[in-house]
Design a protein. Structure first.
Length: 272
């Protein structure tokens, strides 16, 4: 039996078991969902781990949201530190989570029975504190709950560990093999690796950029466009000057030709 830091058993709200849920009316289910808190207590939360933990989590969420927003045919809900309620289980709030084929509206919590499905992908970011929680306890717990994939990003060691449930057999994670330096997530359809201090996501051969990288790329593209526009304007100005010079020369030549014709006419008149 799980207890809080004060030793109190059953101290935290839980969703009803699936059997209890199925026995409820629609109104009763709505009341249960409304009553489940959209936050967790200090007793349940891990101790704050500073900027490296926060930035890694926020950056990963930013990259994934940008990617799946561009690919709207893939309906993937993404959340961070969202309270999750499995039937009859103690709630938890993973650093990052993803659920496929569901609507992407804002949520305060994820109630598995109400949503009709559990999580598909979870990532925990570890910097300090209790390493055993992420690397051992959560490995057993998330596998038992049937979460298909679990990734651990050890920000302090700049290392990634990845697990996947087998297609059949007991609910026990197997390590995802490393392929060309990356781990493939079947649930996200992306590859992951730690690259130069960043958690990098890849869509095939294309790296998914973080906000600062996307901004830097856009600024570079804007500079190139301005440079190209300036070069085009310079070429246009040079062409305009060339056309004007040719027009001036043609006009001068025509004037000289007219003078020659006049002089020739005068000479012919005199000789006759």
């Amino acid at each position: 039996m799980e207890r809080d830091r004060r030793g109190n058993a059953e101290a935290f709200p839980r969703a009803p078991s699936q059997q209890e849920w199925e026995a409820m009316s629609v109104e009763e289910r709505e009341q249960v969902v409304d009553s489940l808190p959209g936050e967790v207590t200090w007793d349940e939360m891990a101790m704050p781990e500073g900027d490296r933990h926060l930035r890694a989590k926020v950056s990963a969420l930013d990259v994934l949201e940008a990617h799946f927003s561009r690919h709207r045919r893939h309906k993937v809900y993404l959340g961070a530190e969202l309270p999750v309620y499995y039937p009859g289980e103690r709630r938890f709030a993973p650093d990052l989570l993803a659920v496929r084929d569901v609507e992407r509206h804002e949520r305060d919590k994820w109630v598995v029975s109400a949503e009709g499905k559990g999580l598909d992908w979870v990532m925990e970011v570890h910097v300090g504190g209790d390493r055993k929680k992420d690397a051992e306890y959560n490995v057993r717990r998330y596998a038992r709950l049937g979460i298909p994939e679990y990734f651990i990003y050890d920000r302090k060691k700049e290392r990634l560990v990845a697990y996947r449930l087998p297609a059949s057999g007991p609910r026990k994670y197997a390590p995802i093999p490393l392929e060309r330096g990356r781990y493939h997530s079947e649930q996200l359809g992306l590859d992951l690796q730690v690259e130069e201090g960043r958690l990098r996501f890849w869509a095939g051969r294309t790296p998914l950029l973080e906000s600062d990288e996307r901004i830097a790329r856009l600024k570079k593209e804007a500079r190139l466009l301005r440079q190209r526009a300036a070069e085009e304007a310079q070429r246009a100005a040079e062409e305009s000057r060339r056309v004007a010079e040719e027009s001036r020369r043609r006009e001068t030549a025509e004037q000289q030709l007219a003078k020659l014709r006049t002089e020739l006419k005068r000479l012919r008149t005199r000789s006759s």
